[in-house]
Design a protein around this ligand. Structure first.
Ligand code: MF3
Ligand code: CO
Length: 296
């Protein structure tokens, strides 16, 4: 059995693990017991280490202010003729000016401050001064930020000049997938309920969803448990409980869901058929009655 049973035992009258200063029995004891009952039924349940305290959430919200400001500034400036390196420069400058650190830079050897994924690039496109945005392109800018050890992570799509109707629809439906996912974030239900709803919305529109790459827990580290799938089945995957913080970031493809890694740099992922892919990413915390968006 996994989960809370394996966590350190706390006495009823000892201070709660959440940092509230209250006695465990008056604070999270019933909550932990509720999680235990799901674990006993064989469900995957969140380990205590990924549950965020009020202080953690406050820290993540400060980080998120920088994260949003970066994407707002990109939104103002992005246009045809600009290079993806120019976007990297904007993100690096806004992040530094607000006292933050770009999370991607040097992360597992990643060389830049942001990911810029154009057209058939699914994710992890590396900014390049020789990659020039042109009329009709769609681009995902995926921005991740560290402030005082707290991580924020979100991404948006931008359309350059006049974009074809089919690309516009892909971008729009992928954005709708985020709202569908958020609508299914409810404590004491499962990540698979959410992931399945996202998948279904993409399928209903004739699209596919990338299977191998997904969302993730986040907060005190860039990538924490759980892995968040957007091709999952209802009633499966990790139980959602208040205090869990994760991303919803489906990669939606116009054609095949098959992808390949560009051998040139070891990062960039593209669609097998060369058709476009879109992605939006939101970071949220599960609350008592649903969710709160932290950054988008
Ligand atoms: N921002 C991406 C995510 O959502 C992670 C990119 S890792 C990097 O998980 F090193 F490529 F930046
Ligand atoms: Co992410």
């Amino acid at each position: 059995m996994q989960g809370i049973e394996l966590e350190e035992k706390i006495g009823r009258n000892e201070p709660c693990w959440c940092g509230s200063g209250r006695k465990y029995k008056a604070c999270h004891m019933a909550f932990d017991e509720r999680i235990n009952s799901f674990a006993r039924q064989g469900h995957i349940v969140p380990p205590r280490r990924i549950l965020k305290t009020a202080e953690d959430i406050a820290g993540i919200k400060e980080s998120s202010k920088i994260n949003r400001a970066c994407l707002d500034e990109v939104e103002k400036q992005i246009k045809a003729g600009m290079s993806t390196q120019d976007i990297d420069d904007i993100v690096a400058e806004v992040t530094r000016s607000m006292g933050g650190i770009p999370a991607p830079l040097n992360y597992e050897g990643y060389p830049k401050s942001v990911c810029t994924s154009v057209n058939d690039v699914v994710c992890h496109g590396i900014p390049d001064k020789n990659e020039i945005l042109k009329d009709g392109d769609i681009i995902n800018v995926d921005c991740s930020t560290i402030l005082n050890g707290y991580f924020s992570d979100s991404s948006r799509m931008y359309m350059i000049g006049e974009v074809s109707e089919d690309k516009k629809k892909l971008v729009q439906v992928t954005k709708e997938c985020i709202q569908v996912g958020l609508d299914h974030v409810k404590p004491w239900t499962f990540l698979g309920d959410m992931g399945n709803a996202v998948h279904q919305h993409a399928l209903d529109n004739g699209y596919t969803v990338v299977r191998q790459i997904g969302g993730h827990g986040i907060g005190l580290e860039f990538h924490e448990e759980p892995f968040v799938s957007f091709v999952s089945e209802p009633g499966t995957e990790m139980l959602m409980v208040p205090g869990m913080c994760f991303t919803i970031e489906p990669m939606v493809n116009m054609g095949t869901d098959e992808i390949w890694e560009d051998s040139g740099n070891g990062w960039t992922i593209r669609t097998d058929d060369g058709l476009p892919s879109a992605q939006w990413e939101v970071q949220l915390v599960v609350t008592e009655d649903g969710y709160e968006v932290l950054t988008w």
